[in-house]
Ligand binder design. Structure first.
Ligand code: SF4
Ligand code: SF4
Length: 182
């Protein structure tokens, strides 16, 4: 059965309005019957997740967000926005997400996001911009190594963001034409 997004959202807004008038909401996990469509949440397996953020891109309801917090990349969930559509779980390349039909009442009736997974961040050696989660960067480069790509190719660009990598390639091309750059 199709989840009626608009109806679920309106219902949630009503729940939130009541919650804001309630002095203390119990910190309890509540099972939601499966027939009550649109309630549930993704649970992340931190061991499997490599921090690619594909789930966040897939979530059309804005329930997932990726934040850079210093040297950490956080995947956070706004529980009240999640309609348990399972799209993030279907897309995850690492099968790191399970959708459960339960909600934490306090988390659900709050506007605050919940941190689901944390990763170390790799920064571009040239400009300092975050490149991605260390786990993903390491895994991709060890796959390249395993696939027999010449190390001179990937080692050089390992710690550069896309823009700096492009600039480096352009510089190398121009220099190969015998033109000296400053
Ligand atoms: S849960 Fe899956 S899709 Fe989301 S960041 Fe982790 S590996 Fe990527
Ligand atoms: S289950 Fe659907 S709404 Fe919930 S986080 Fe995943 S993609 Fe977003």
């Amino acid at each position: 059965m199709e989840i009626e997004r608009e109806k679920v959202r309106e219902f949630r807004q009503a729940l939130l309005r009541f919650a804001q008038k309630t002095p203390s909401i119990p910190d309890v996990e509540i099972e939601v019957p499966e027939y009550l469509l649109g309630f549930g949440k993704p649970v992340f397996d931190a061991e499997k997740c490599w921090g690619c953020a594909a789930c966040k891109i897939r979530c059309l309801d804005g329930a997932l967000e990726v934040r850079e917090d210093g040297e950490r990349r956080l995947i956070v969930l706004y529980p009240w926005k999640c309609i348990a559509c399972e799209e993030c779980a279907k897309l995850c390349p690492k099968e790191a997400i399970t959708i459960v039909h339960s909600i934490n009442l306090r988390e659900f009736l709050s506007d605050e996001p919940v941190v689901c997974v944390e990763h170390d961040v790799v920064r571009c050696e040239n400009c300092g911009k975050p490149i991605g989660a260390a786990k993903q960067v390491d895994e991709v480069f060890s796959q390249l190594e395993g696939a027999g790509y010449p190390p001179s190719h990937w080692r050089r660009s390992k710690a550069l963001c896309e823009e700096c990598r492009r600039l480096l390639s352009a510089r190398m091309l121009i220099e190969s034409w015998g033109i000296e750059l400053a």
